[in-house]
Design a protein around this ligand. Structure first.
Ligand SMILES: Nc1ncnc2c1ncn2[C@@H]1O[C@H](COP(=O)(O)OP(=O)(O)OP(=O)(O)O)[C@@H](O)[C@H]1O
Ligand SMILES: [Mg+2]
Length: 270
């Protein structure tokens, strides 16, 4: 599914939230259950699938770079995933490194379109980065949070922390950080109409056509809705199993029995 990003209502809400945090240069928290799509939304917002390999490799310049510079300039966002138990020096070094390179890309684009004309760099290009999205924020200990708050204060960079529900409660223990939080956002599961949209695509992948008006399909939809509660990751794990159950039993139709059999092979958390 990840290769085929679906612009869901939740993604649009995330985008509005991130835009607001960025515009206000504040700190925001985005929390949601495991597998609802928080990371994918953050990466998409930062155009990270396009930019990350480029920033990490930092190889010789090529003709295709202009598109990357333009993307960097449009998002002005650094997407960062801390390692498990990050060391402060490592956190600073990794963010500095990526932020510097991303800033150079933005600077290149601004020169390209004539917004920067001076041959010399004015200030530090890293200051062109407006938003830092930190995924898996529960990995950050108090020192790491303090480092990021300090960066926010010094560089006026907006910060979005992505984490599991309840992360805001943890942040309450850090009053200096907590008092700077401008927005809190709840990332929800897929709504029913969007679930239907995703299911229609999945049925097609399995070579079938979904008709919600038809009894068997309506039952199948209800069954998937009950099992996955519109959770993207569960859907993603369920469908290969449905395909497998159909194949090994030589079945044609995706019934609720097939779905139950497929789901029984998965560990599905509460
Ligand atoms: N908008 C989307 N379009 C298509 N697939 C998606 C979309 N959002 C999420 N997915 C799929 O769902 C899976 C889970 O999404 P993601 O990793 O973003 O969840 P998460 O909320 O970050 O979970 P966790 O809290 O465990 O980190 C992804 O592997 C991806 O394939
Ligand atoms: Mg995630």
């Amino acid at each position: 599914m990840s290769r085929d990003f679906i612009i869901t209502k939740e993604h649009r809400r995330f985008k509005e939230f991130a835009n607001a945090v960025r515009k206000e240069r504040t700190i925001g928290i985005c929390q949601g259950d495991a597998g609802v799509g928080k990371t994918q939304s953050g990466r998409r917002y930062a155009r990270w699938d396009l930019l990350e390999p480029f920033l990490v490799e930092w190889g010789p310049r090529t003709d295709g770079d202009a598109a990357r510079y333009a993307a960097a300039s449009r998002s002005r966002t650094l997407f960062y995933t801390p390692s498990v138990l990050p060391k402060p020096a490592q956190l600073i070094q990794e963010i500095d490194h990526l932020q510097g390179r991303l800033g150079i890309c933005i600077d290149e684009h601004l020169r390209e379109i004539g917004k920067i004309t001076s041959p010399l760099m004015r200030g530090n290009p890293r200051d062109l980065v407006e938003l830092l999205i930190v995924d898996e924020a529960e990995r950050l200990n108090s020192t790491a949070l303090e480092i990021l708050r300090d960066r926010h204060d010094r560089q006026q960079i907006a910060v979005v922390f992505i984490g599991m529900p309840g992360i805001d409660k943890r942040f309450r223990h850090y009053p200096q950080l907590y008092s700077r939080i401008g927005f809190s956002h709840r990332y929800r599961n897929l709504a029913r109409d969007e679930l239907l949209f995703v299911l229609t695509r999945q049925w097609k992948v399995l070579g079938r056509t979904l008709d919600p008006e038809e009894f068997t399909d309506a039952q199948a939809i209800a069954c998937i809705e009950r099992i996955t509660r519109g959770n993207f990751r569960l859907l993603e794990r369920l469908f290969p199993q449905i395909g497998r159950v159909l194949r090994i039993n030589d079945l044609e139709t995706i019934t609720d029995d097939v779905i139950e059999a497929a789901a029984s092979t998965l560990v599905i958390g509460a």
